[in-house]
Ligand binder design. Structure first.
Ligand code: SF4
Length: 377
């Protein structure tokens, strides 16, 4: 493999756990965090050869809470990356941050390290809801974080919002959208809350102490999201992602356009761009016990699975599914099958074909999962 690739770094630390979250992270810190940085740097070196001679076109620090890392720890990680990888000078380098970790000093230091994009976990501007969710920050801190970032020169700022939260009305989410778009952000990611088994939220709901939003309310929030983003001049470039023209997330786009990616850190996923996926087990203690060679699960994708992957990722995006790509990668017979399977969705206006590319329509985007599974192998 020698094409360019995306690099993901999983930082598995959070100061405290939010009640809805099922991402892999722990609340350990201090000495454990330093051991993690050592193990991560070892892994970055040992895994390098898997990606061949290609250069890194984007780097994404996700978590967990990457902004829990000290500047010294981050410098050690960046030094390892720059020593062992060829990073494209124009690479997008995104850093997920919690609003209350953003300070003027850190904004300056992050930029000096090369970070040029920040994704802020705002989730809502409703302080009562933030407390219910056990988020660490307040709405005022979220606004202040955006101000510190942009005034400090880190202007490529994305905000995350959640809809479908318990106790959140359509009016409240509409207010969140208005507050987000009033800030100098250039990207917004917004997802419906998914209540995952094993989270504190799922137990709270099971006890009847909170009620999840129903499908009708989630749909209304999604409609409001699409309309507000459009009015703010943002392009709806992926089901849950909106950006000013030219500011789509290049790293996340790599996941959707089949670019190979290497993930380092416990729980991080990798893909060779064709038929092989692998991921580090989400277990920090095991990760630290075998620095550089973490326990992994590997999956070899059948041709049908590769085809389903292409459908699932391409149809999520505004770029859509190129029929020529289907023919080139999977043959004319597969393309004929796809055309037959797509007839019904095209006829009812959930899907449209434009210049040999299938796109979800605005109507179709609301039932994207159903349409995509309808077309899969
Ligand atoms: S800060 Fe993010 S990763 Fe950490 S518990 Fe909350 S939602 Fe999960």
């Amino acid at each position: 493999m020698s094409s360019s690739f995306a690099l993901y770094i999983h930082v598995p630390f959070c100061e405290k756990r939010c009640i809805y979250c099922d991402f892999y992270s722990t609340t350990s810190g201090g000495e454990v965090r330093q051991r993690y940085v050592e193990a991560l740097c070892r892994e970055l070196i040992t895994q390098r050869e898997l990606m061949g001679a290609g250069e890194v076109k984007s780097i994404y620090f996700g978590g967990g809470t990457p902004s829990q890392l000290s500047i010294g720890e981050l410098a050690q990680i960046f030094q390892t990356i720059r020593l062992h990888y060829t990073v494209n000078p124009q690479a997008e380098i995104t850093f997920e941050a919690n609003p209350d970790d953003v300070t003027n000093e850190r904004v300056g230091a992050w930029q000096q390290l090369g970070i040029n994009r920040v994704s802020l976990g705002v989730q809502t501007f409703d302080d009562d809801l933030l407390t219910v969710l056990r988020r660490r920050h307040t709405a005022a801190q979220a606004r202040e974080a955006v101000r510190s970032l942009t005034e400090g020169g880190l202007t490529n700022v994305s905000v995350d919002l959640i809809y479908g939260l318990p106790l959140q009305s359509l009016a409240r989410f509409t207010q969140d959208l208005a507050e987000a778009f009033a800030l100098p952000i250039i990207h917004l990611s917004s997802y419906a809350l998914s209540v995952e088994d094993g989270t504190p939220l799922s137990r709270i709901i099971a006890r009847g102490e909170l009620t999840p939003a129903d499908d009708e309310l989630c749909l209304a929030c999604y409609e409001a999201l699409i309309d507000a983003a459009s009015q703010a001049g943002f392009t709806h470039y992926e089901i849950s992602n909106f950006a000013r023209e030219g500011y789509h997330s290049r790293h996340n786009t790599a996941y959707w356009d089949g670019t190979p990616y290497l993930g380092c850190g416990p729980g991080a996923h990798s893909y060779n761009g064709k038929d092989r996926r692998w991921y580090n087990l989400p277990h920090l203690a095991n990760y630290l016990q075998s620095p550089g060679t973490p326990p992994q699960e590997v999956e070899t994708l059948s041709v049908d699975e590769q085809y389903d992957d292409l459908l699932f990722t391409a149809l999520r995006t505004r770029r859509g599914l190129s029929l020529q790509t289907v023919a080139d990668r999977f043959g004319i017979h597969r393309l004929d099958c796809l055309r037959r399977q797509a007839e019904r969705q095209l006829a009812v206006g959930n899907l449209e074909e434009e210049n040999g590319v299938y796109h979800l329509t605005r109507k179709g985007i609301f039932i994207s999962d159903t349409i995509i599974s309808d077309l899969m192998a």
